[in-house]
Design a protein around this ligand. Sequence first.
Ligand code: SF4
Length: 187
Amino acid sequence: MPKNPKPGEWRAADLSHQYVASYKPFNFVDGEGVRCSLYVSGCMFACPGCYNLAAQNFRYGKPYTQELEDRIMKDLAQPYVQGLTLLGGEPFLNTQVCLKICRRIRKEFGHTKDIWSWTGYKWDELMQETEDKLELLRLLDILVDGRFLQAQMDLTLQFRGSANQRIIDVPASLKSGKVVIWSRLVR
Ligand code: SF4
């Protein structure tokens, strides 16, 4: 089974080396619309059957650079791009990188570009987490939450690998104080 951290047990400040495994601009698979996807390196959940085993290592890939960030912003500026997607690895254990790019997106694009993130944390776990994780959450539009559970694997699901994972409308959930599922969920 995947690991279960206690609240605040895993901290980006202790774990992240601010590495990225991959950057994939202009794809159609990591959320709604045409998207630019940033895969950060390092994850502690150790889900059996993880789709990106190599990226569990916090030193996998290359360091995140200003040059890469500038390229992402340039790619996002294309009118046909809907937004940025954060994947991993674990974005919430790489908050130094993810906060930097997300703050800049909100500053330069406001809400004209959306931000999706995947995480191994469940929503309720994130509610008890450190301030950097909560700040990142507040910058998102959509969160796909929860560990990948092989026993619940279902390849027909939209944008997620196992039935326990949810596509969450973050602003609506923060406003109402309970999980609100994305309104355009089909399956
Ligand atoms: S949370 Fe995601 S990246 Fe981390 S081990 Fe699980 S499937 Fe892999």
